[in-house]
Design a binder for this molecule. Structure first.
Ligand SMILES: *Cc1c(COP(=O)(O)O)cnc(C)c1O
Length: 365
């Protein structure tokens, strides 16, 4: 039996009527850009993630850019982020006008190491962007304590962590703002691109809105030079149709992860994801470590089991960051992980039979 990495078609089939009705509604109302569907989704998503304001935008990358641009970064400002993420996190620091400072991960959770943050702080540091990678919250108590001690802002990159909680508190509510992606494969995904900035700060929400809408809140009144970054009506309606299912899908992912954990813990050489106490992991990805990762991936793929490497190269070592001349010694955990991590098939609808197939293939290897 072939096992896909994710199965968006299957998810669509389970809620086909709701999605089709949402799309038909947008077409019938000519509500392609802005309008009630977008306003409704923003309100519903803010409620779902326990924040006051949600400003939707074109994708999760723009969300990071908009959140930082709204904080008015200056050349020379330094922003700290993790060595292990998708490139949007660090690239948007540069595009917002600041300088990226990478920190190693903690060696356990794949998230930023608070001790490394302390070491990376300079008089020019203005903010920290933790990423709740794969769906596990970063160490927010430690990160918020450092931020408060040094008067830094925190923007949480929640692109992989919809509904994840840290000590019972929803991620995205710790820092001054948080960003989400609704890329189709994310835990809450549209049928195209989408993103959002969420915040409890009304003035910041207004500034993000202006930046995302050509620099103004009212047509033809451009107070600043903004960009054009919109969640379109179709995506908003689709996301609103999916949102009521998100909690159930999250539980299904957690239960699939528990099944993998129990089965794979008994397999020599496989290290299952480590979840620290107080952290509710939402398993955007189920990522194991294995010393012979490439051979294992090849063996699984030959059996029709799709896997993925998230991500093959730690950010500091991408050609885009050659200018920093980083060394392996600066990022021992992120560097070691890039050769051993492997993400297994994980989606809310994955069947136990599919998971058993994955486990059997790993055992055979
Ligand atoms: C997906 C992702 C983004 C970017 O989101 P897009 O919607 O693809 O632009 C940013 N950060 C992380 C950690 C992501 O996983």
């Amino acid at each position: 039996m072939a096992v896909p990495f994710a199965d968006l078609q299957l998810q669509y089939q389970t809620i086909k009527n709701e999605i089709d009705a949402a799309i038909a509604g947008v077409i019938g109302d000519n509500a392609f850009i802005r309008g009630a569907y977008v306003d409704d989704f923003e309100r519903e998503f803010a409620k779902a993630v326990s924040v006051r304001h949600c400003v939707s935008c074109a994708n999760g990358t723009d969300a990071l850019y908009l959140a930082m641009a709204a904080l008015k970064l200056k050349p020379g400002d330094e922003v700290i982020t993790t060595a292990h993420s998708w490139i949007s996190t660090s690239a948007m620091i540069t595009h917002a006008g600041a300088t990226v400072r990478f920190c190693d991960t903690d060696g356990v959770t794949f998230t930023i190491d608070p001790a490394a943050i302390e070491e990376a702080i300079t008089p020019r540091t203005v903010g920290i962007i933790p990423v709740h990678l794969y769906g596990q919250p970063a160490d927010m108590d430690a990160i918020m304590a450092i931020a408060s001690k040094h008067s830094l802002w925190v923007i949480e990159d929640c692109a992989q962590a919809h509904l994840a909680r840290y000590k019972g508190q929803m991620v995205g509510t710790f820092g001054v703002a948080a960003t989400y992606s609704f890329y189709p494969g994310k835990n809450l995904g549209g049928m195209g691109d989408g993103g959002a900035v969420v915040t409890n700060d009304e003035a910041l929400a207004e500034w993000v809105t202006m930046l995302a809408r050509h620099g103004g809140l009212v047509k033809h009144q451009h107070h600043i030079e903004g960009i054009n970054s919109r969640l379109d009506g179709m995506q908003a309606a689709i996301l609103s149709a999916k949102l009521p299912h998100l909690a159930g899908w999250t539980k299904a992912r957690q239960s699939a992860a528990a099944f993998y954990d129990a089965a794979l813990k008994q397999v020599n050489d496989v290290q299952v994801p480590q979840v620290l106490p107080g952290r509710d992991h939402v398993y955007h990805l189920y990522t194991i470590k294995h010393a012979r990762r490439d051979a294992l991936a090849k063996c699984l793929n030959a059996k029709g089991i799709q896997t993925s490497i998230n991500y093959p190269t730690a950010l500091p070592f991408l050609p885009a960051y050659r200018r920093f001349e980083h060394t392996v010694e600066q990022f021992p955990h992120a560097c070691a992980d890039q050769t051993s991590i492997l993400s297994l098939p994980m989606f809310a609808e994955i069947s136990r039979a599919q998971q058993e197939e994955v486990v059997r293939a790993i055992r055979e290897f």
